[in-house]
Write a protein that binds this ligand. Structure first.
Ligand code: ATP
Ligand code: MG
Length: 305
């Protein structure tokens, strides 16, 4: 506030006297010949430079009081929890997906946010986002199955350093593994057994799988998993470079509660992922929009792993 007042050459100094989520109150001392109306005339400029919603002035006890009304805070609902911001919550299973600002994280809470669909053009940061998620799943000793036919991004993960992680990179073994997971689910349901840790199936380049000869079978197995797995703490995280309606059809979308778009090349692709335009305007390099079942769209920057 003081910087703005002085840059307009006003002999005035502001002191913050109260502060809340919705309004900051300043007392402004004026030195002649500065007039109250000089300060009031700046209302619009102050609103803009302070990134506020509005500003109002009144005189009380011989002082000029300015109330700066802040823009409403986005409701982060389940994804964002202020108390968790400082403590990445490995123990509850929540992980940070990235940052909204220096001290605000966007969280993924598997119980609430469930299966995750990630879309974005090549080089937008999908694999980096997946890596940052996998890192945190590993910290929490959860089981991770990575399915990636590209074989590059996750090559640094080896059985020696990560005992809960397995990687599958050819179509045949991916199909076999999905069948095994379905069998494991059958058994869990039969025994009414809910595991203590989560299982994550992370699929990078989903379109490559769908367009392969085994695409139809892989999709059937995956749909069976997706439809039954949540009760058994099993979650699917799927990323695709080609967010076309053919790859991400209605059945897939209906079963993914959380959608993340990195930069895409058209409004249409943004709509396919998020049901909203906007992702075509992102910067790339991990700049992302997230939409969960209970959440407004929130923009964040993912971590670069
Ligand atoms: N969070 C980030 N912050 C800064 N730079 C990033 C971030 N994420 C990705 N990048 C940059 O973008 C490059 C591409 O990222 P990444 O490999 O994750 O993209 P991708 O979407 O998986 O691409 P492709 O579809 O080709 O696999 C990275 O090498 C890095 O330079
Ligand atoms: Mg990639």
């Amino acid at each position: 506030m003081n910087n703005i007042l002085s840059s307009f050459h006003l002999n005035a100094s502001a002191t913050l006297i109260s502060h809340s989520d919705s309004v900051d109150r300043y007392a402004i001392d004026l030195t002649p010949p500065t007039k109250i109306r000089d300060v009031k005339a700046l209302a619009q400029d102050l609103t803009m430079y302070l990134n506020a919603k509005s500003i109002s002035f009144n005189v009380s006890d011989g002082k000029l009081i300015a109330d700066v009304f802040k823009k409403p805070i986005v409701q982060y609902h389940r994804l964002y929890d202020y108390t968790k911001a400082l403590y990445p919550t490995v123990h509850t299973g929540s992980i940070s997906l990235g940052k909204v600002s220096d001290d605000m994280h966007v969280f993924y809470n598997p119980q609430m946010d469930k299966n995750v669909l990630i879309g974005g053009m090549t080089g937008s940061g999908k694999s980096s986002l997946l890596k940052s998620m996998i890192e945190q799943f590993i910290w929490g000793s959860h089981t991770v199955y990575i399915m990636d036919t590209k074989r590059i991004d996750f090559a640094y993960i080896t059985p020696e350093n990560t005992k809960h992680v397995s990687i599958f990179s050819d179509f045949e073994s991916i199909l076999v593994q999905l069948r095994c997971l379905n069998n494991a689910l059958d058994e869990m349901f039969a025994r009414n057994f809910i595991p203590a840790k989560n299982t994550y199936i992370v699929i990078d380049e989903f379109a490559d799988l769908m367009l392969s000869d085994l695409g139809r079978h892989i999709k059937n197995e995956l749909m069976r998993i997706i439809q039954r797995s949540r009760a058994m703490r099993m979650y699917v995280i799927l990323s695709t470079q080609r967010p076309s309606a053919k790859i991400i059809d209605g059945a897939i979308k209906a079963n993914f509660h959380t959608k993340i778009a990195l930069k895409v090349d058209s409004k249409l692709n943004s709509r396919i992922i998020l049901d909203n335009p906007g992702a075509e305007l992102l910067d790339g390099n991990g700049d992302a929009l997230i939409c969960s079942a209970a959440c407004n769209m929130v923009r964040f920057r993912s971590f670069f792993v």
